[in-house]
Design a protein around this ligand. Sequence first.
Ligand code: PLP
Ligand code: TYF
Length: 399
Amino acid sequence: TWSGVQQGPPDAILGITEAFKADSFPEKINLGVGAYRDDKGKPYVLPSVRTAEEDVVSSKLDKEYAGITGVPSFTKAAAVLAYGADSPVIKEDRVAITQSISGTGALRIGGAFMQKFYPHAKSIYIPSPSWANHKAVFSDSGLEVKQYKYYNKDTIGLDFDGMVADLKSAPANSIVLLHACAHNPTGIDPTQEQWQQLSKVMKEKEHYPFFDMAYQGFASGDTDRDAYPIRLFIEEGHGMVLCQSFAKNMGLYGERVGAFSIVCDSAEEKKRVDSQIKILVRPLYSNPPVHGARIASKILNDASLNKQWLGEVKGMADRIIEMRALLKKNLEDLGSKHNWDHITNQIGMFAYTGLKPEQMDKLAKEHSVYATKDGRISVAGITSGNVKRLAESIYKVTG
Ligand code: PLP
Ligand code: TYF
């Protein structure tokens, strides 16, 4: 039956973990997948998550199904975290929101909703480059995926003029995917002034913002500051859809906790939109899992746990910033002639090193340092114990 099924390529990011596991060198370094590690290189379960989880378990709640849109105390708090407690969209009760299978599931519901209901041409523009899964998720949703300029390889920075020009030349009413903060893979975000300009261009062209916020808190260490573009666009009167992930900022990766929301014009419109989200979700997976959402709900709704969690998010962001500085310093101390300012200018979990695919190959083959071919390294995988050997390896392959 399946003799016609061709061998497919492995996931470009998750495949790296396989290569890493197969390497027997004891000092091997995995900078592939974007998952936070502590300074010992170990996965990190946030203490606030441990406490919330113990609380959830000891409450001995039943295991009944959640509603189609998930755990209400979670989604309500997730919306507040993103839009802000004082946001008019919260006060006027016009955000339709559903729990989702983490950020990816939110993107997939969003793709399906736009494909079914967006009244204009169903093209979505994503940045070049973007998270590799974006293209797959949106084309599987039946949207036409196009790209706008984002990265300037000469400056290893943002191609802001190219981005604006592409948004201006896209047909009016296009859907535009924007990384709210900590752009993956480049680690390069627009400044607040640039966001203001982007909002104006999007307004002029009547483009529809599709925000992906997978790293709220990871860029600056402050969840409110990282939500700046969301809140600015709301203030400027944009409608939007928003995908949230709690994989990174709560370290709930495998629990798959996320939310998808749509900002509507009124509470009445929200009700109608909400009914259609339910109709979309039902045949996809019926209803989402409850355990992770209960943990997240506890953290978001309990004042003292919330405060603790915000401190832990900042702790993760700060450790990453420290590793960026250490990597740059080690490269300079080795006498590298290259400019490594971008390592510390970039933000979030990833650094886009500017290394070529051949150099990345050498890093893996000759130095047992694993990361994606595009030169992206997950800074969260750097520790005070491996940064020196990492810098030496990068120095050797870049000269
Ligand atoms: N969006 C971006 C930009 C990401 O980097 C990721 C991966 O972490 C996701 C969405 C979704 O991740 P998850 O489905 O694990 O929440
Ligand atoms: O970019 C990353 O490394 C994260 C994690 O199919 C990830 O976003 C990578 C690939 C994938 C799922 C998650």
